[in-house]
Design a protein around this ligand. Structure first.
Ligand code: SF4
Length: 174
């Protein structure tokens, strides 16, 4: 027991916080991010604003969105910004299978956005209900409520998948 305790103290003393520069982000992420920055500048001149709505996700999709905005992935440096109001949003990013009690809130958020309205679904649940498909309390996907412009596959998708999907969407959008 004493040995375990001593080892824990030794390890704790050896641990040191890593600086951001010591945590590697893949070259592919950086390359796609640079392309995304150019695409946003061309299409929006400044930033691409996203309003996120959780319609009943398990929380893991949100964790990945949060990871994309942390100091390591820092998606904001490519011109992607998350906003609190749908009135400031270029796109709606939706997670979850759309539980029946979130249908009205989702529609109202969409209605409050200025046009043209882009809707991006994130995660398998938002595509077709995923693990909650055909459940009595969900509508089995966002497409059953709103027109969807792009989907980000995964359960949950990674930050690089988010960057890739926005890049493809902006390439298709005039
Ligand atoms: S897609 Fe997967 S991670 Fe995302 S909300 Fe559904 S179950 Fe959770």
């Amino acid at each position: 027991m004493i040995e375990i305790f001593k080892n824990s103290i030794r390890k704790a003393l050896q641990t040191r916080p890593l600086s951001i520069k010591e945590i590697p982000v893949s070259k592919e992420y950086e390359m796609l991010g640079a392309e995304l920055k150019k695409a946003i500048k061309k299409r929006f001149s400044r930033s691409f604003h996203i309003r996120e709505v959780d319609t009943g996700s398990c929380g893991a999709c949100e964790s990945e969105i949060i990871a994309a905005t942390n100091p390591i992935y820092d998606i904001q440096r490519f011109g992607v910004d998350f906003v609190a109001s749908p009135r400031h949003a270029d796109a709606l990013l939706v997670t979850g299978p759309v539980s029946k009690n979130m249908e009205l809130a989702l529609k109202r958020t969409y209605d409050a956005m200025p046009g043209p309205k882009l809707v991006i679904t994130l995660g398998d649940c938002a595509l077709d209900g995923g693990k909650f498909k055909n459940s009595y309390y969900t509508l089995s996907g966002v497409k059953n409520v709103l027109p969807v412009s792009a989907h980000i596959h995964g359960c949950p998708p990674k930050p690089i998948d988010i960057v890739k999907a926005i890049l493809i969407l902006l390439g298709k959008t005039k």
